[in-house]
Design a protein around this ligand. Sequence first.
Ligand code: AMP
Length: 504
Amino acid sequence: MAFTTVSELLRIGKDGDMALGHPETPHLTFAGLRKLAAKTIADLNAMGIGRDDRVAIVLPNGPEMAAAFLCVAGAATTAPLNPAYRQEEFEFYIADLKAKAVLVQKGDETPARAAAAKLGVPLIELTPTRDAGAGSYTLSSLLKGTAAQPGPAQADDIALILHTSGTTSRPKIVPLAQANICASARHIGKTLALTPGDKCLNIMPLFHIHGLIAAVLSSLGAGGGTVCTPGFNALKFFGWLDEVKPSWYTAVPTMHQAILARADRNKESLARASLRFIRSSSASLPPQVMLELEAAFGCPVIESYGMTEAAHQMASNPLPPAARKPGSVGIAAGPEVAIMDEEGNLLPKGALGEIVIRGPSVTKGYEANPDANLKAFAGGWFRTGDQGTLDDEGYVRITGRLKELINRGGEKVSPLEVDEVIMDHPAVAQVVTFAMPHDKLGEDVAAAIVLREGQATTEREIRDFAAKRLADFKVPRRVVILAEIPKGATGKLQRIGLADKLGL
Ligand code: AMP
């Protein structure tokens, strides 16, 4: 069915079927979820929040986060934020997205509370009511008002706002319409042949497009369910497999590797598991890992290519009997995919260039950022910033990134954001944050600094300094202190290739 809003999507599943689950809690049926969604629309409207009003969501990973995303999206615009952010990061994001309210869990002492208070943005508190089914909750707030646009959100309304990490500027706002995310959910459902009989085990964080769309929205859009864990935990994964008996899961390559590392110790659980397939996305999956995973689980591993601006899926390897090609991210799977040169010409198969996309899941453009949009769109195509080729059969191979974003096993880090924080250290005259190769993560964060004259500091001190203002995953693992930072041919500091030059 061609649903174009989250409210329509939630009507697909059968009343008594599981929509959301949790490993230790009774599940929530589609009938239950639909009731919760209707109640959420009414509650938010009574707080003065309606269509196109933005609600920042700061919730721990789990079924309530999934339910809140789905139900708040029924009424307003959701903006899920990483709960690991520090206060300063919350202040930036809550202000930047002009949130009308911040949704937090009752009793959760997140720094988002102080950030919201400082900005004068009201809180809405969510109290889980798991006895009523995984993901059930009640909302409370001091907010009262009349929504300017009450009732269910429409296809063109923005359902989801995420920030992408800026490379040369501050993080950009990616608005995704109800129709964009619904199209992506349909594309993923089709690629994976999802049905009401499928059950996803969600281990992905739900502030990232991958978890929100590939694990949650695509499952529910196919009438199937998702069991939401508190977040990835390699020690608990096999226990969850046994309890939940999922038909699939989706993850980033580092999670697959952590799972593989424990496969030997969990042979019985593996033998009992009957996954239809495993999905991998958001960072490149080494072909060795793909083959090992397939051997361990006895099912196909489907590598897909996703991006926030495309509401996630752009290309995917197909299910058997069609061929999946290790090292390739598969064929166009939703948007059209092509290769473009710098001048904006589309290139023939085999040629190397920038991967470009267009289609119903792609954002209309960054918010309030004409410069970025000018660079990002060419002749109706969106430039992904990834470099690659298409083979004769239309399989996409990613060969590199034109953008400087650090991809830490799927977690994206903007080097500029780290630079800005480290520059505030009194001993630092110059800093360049860059990607350093890492055997499991693919890339990790490193920084090179030049000290001010007469100043001294240590690697440790800089890392501790950065950790006060940056979430752990953004803190450089290595900080090298140099007399001078190597420059590229044009005299510009070059992040790309710096690790090589420094022998890291
Ligand atoms: P995000 O917007 O956080 O989902 O990140 C999107 C970026 O992740 C893409 O533009 C790629 O650079 C990278 N990416 C996603 N999927 C893959 C994949 N299967 N292989 C390599 N890189 C990927």
